[in-house]
Design a protein around this ligand. Sequence first.
Ligand SMILES: [Zn+2]
Length: 431
Amino acid sequence: MSYLIRNVSIVGKPACDILIRDGVVAEVGADLSATGAEVVDGTGLIALPGLVDLHTHLRAPGRADAETVLTGSRAAALGGYTAVCAMANTAPVADTAGVVEQVLRLGQEAGLVDVQPIGAVTVGLAGEELAELGTMATSAARVSIFSDDGHCVSDPRLMRRALEYVKAFDGVIAQHAEEPRLTAGAQMHEGEVSARLGLAGWPAVAEEAIIARDALLAEHVGARLHICHVSTAGSVEIIRWAKSRGIRITAEVTPHHLILTDDLAGSYDPVYKVNPPLRTAADVAALRQALIEGVIDVVATDHAPHAVEDKECEWEYARPGMLGLQTALSVVFSECSGEGGLDWDGVAERMSRTPARIAGLTDHGRDPAPGVPANLTLVDPAGRWTVEPGELVSKSRNTPYRAMELPVRVVATFLRGVPTVLDGKLAGGHA
Ligand SMILES: [Zn+2]
């Protein structure tokens, strides 16, 4: 099957046509013709390299009541993604070649996005002994990112050994930066709002201390370090400093940390409970600026579906986490574009090219050009939509954007030349 996308702007450049054939971009240019190709009208649309998420919880294996690889893949495709990295905090934990290969296989069966498994750093995420990192790296899943996300690798000696281990094959440790002894019992960001509400606080220093420590360890070892879901202004300054020293550090921010603040906890609606917690308006402003400047390299969703009973309960007992895949591009565009902000090239850089490079996904993060695998998404920059939780395709409903009107609609997504989304809906056979 071939597709001719007419009159589309590639990452904001003047409009042209894109011909897709046999899974790759065959031609890019003006007034292309191709007999038998299905024509997609791209007038007014922007073509981006398919988005890549470094931080997705697909909940498989183990929690099919919250999400499956299929439902999560549907949400990803509708959000404009062509690849997602699946976090390791599943049941069983993805700490062996067997489990990461199972996740890879489930992704291939769903066939909507490339699912790249992340391996656990430590056995069972217990933080006590290193998992079989080398075995996972050489497995069919070819794991290159390792993370205990949900938990911090808090033991500095273990973190050092993990960095030394992955350096051998240019892998990366993705750290959930949270010094556990500073956040025991924490319910929200520690600050004025937590004091007023009487909720135990999660202080910024618990994140910042680990990032500083790990930046120094990465420098000492000469290995790659990635920081998950950066949430404070202080973390941004530490990362800026580390980069200025040439330390091999990259960082992500979630969409929700670019738009929501800690005062939402005052509603006691657990949909706003997340880890790391929502921070202050000053933190949000610093994170937006850091993303625009590139001190924070990428946006990652931390898409965290939860079953109703884990989320619609008292704040104290609710699990932390929010949906993110279907709303990420709209939230980022809403908060970080415009005067002095990200243009379409900047969005492509932060949400596709750089995450693909960090994850080593060489088929992704490439602008449409002859010979490039046709992994791309078409978005309508003038489109607006209202988030209705019941219309999201994730198996869970924990979106913090209920009834919010957001800019930008994903119109189509192609995975290796096959449409997974057309006209804003899952393409035939995938619904
Ligand atoms: Zn995390």
